[in-house]
Ligand binder design. Structure first.
Ligand SMILES: [Cu+2]
Length: 185
């Protein structure tokens, strides 16, 4: 009987661990514009990126990959006002000059990105996304790539702050273990 109990406990722990891994794997890498990359859209102006973003769900802990050649484009997170007017007067974090660049979405709410080179933004190289507060997970800290150089070490690309989802995942794990233990004793 004791062996059976131990078996049930072990299995429950495994299931719980699998659930935690599942939650952690929910972090998504979004390649901005897919094959188009981060560039001046040939047609449609900013609707190109609006259309791309409309089919996506962005969660805290997710990563945006901006594919662009260094010196041809850049990435700057700005306020909505600056996004609307294509100005870099209200930057949030540092200008990212080296491409391709990964940006971790470390907070919920609306995020606005523009290219500051030439008239690129006015020609549609601008991205507006809405980030929802859950997602990510305990692995996001492990998966966060180290800064490739000084310019990508700004607050936008730094390790995400501990998200509530990882706390949720841990507490869920603990409660499942608790249930499992109480089942067998
Ligand atoms: Cu550009």
């Amino acid at each position: 009987m004791e062996k059976l109990r131990n078996g049930v406990l072990l299995m429950t722990v495994f299931v719980a661990a699998a659930v935690v891994v599942e939650v952690a794997a929910a972090q998504t890498v979004h390649v901005v514009g897919e094959n188009m990359g981060w560039t001046v859209p040939r047609t449609g102006g900013s609707t190109a990126y609006t259309a791309w973003a409309s089919s996506k769900r962005f969660m805290v802990g997710d990563i945006l990959t901006f594919n662009f050649p260094t010196d041809i484009h850049d990435v700057l997170r700005v306020t909505k006002e600056s996004y609307d007017e294509c100005t870099s007067t209200n930057p949030i974090g540092d200008l990212i000059v080296n491409g391709p660049a990964n940006v971790t979405l470390s907070s919920s709410g609306d995020h606005f990105f523009i290219c500051t080179i030439g008239r690129h933004c006015l020609s549609g190289q601008k991205l507006s996304i809405s980030v929802t507060g859950s997602g990510g997970g305990i692995l996001e800290k492990l998966q966060c790539p180290p800064p490739e150089d000084g310019s990508s070490g700004g607050p936008m690309t730094g390790p995400p702050s501990p998200s509530s989802s990882s706390v949720l995942a841990s507490s869920f794990f603990m409660s499942v273990v608790f249930v499992a233990v109480s089942m067998v004793v």
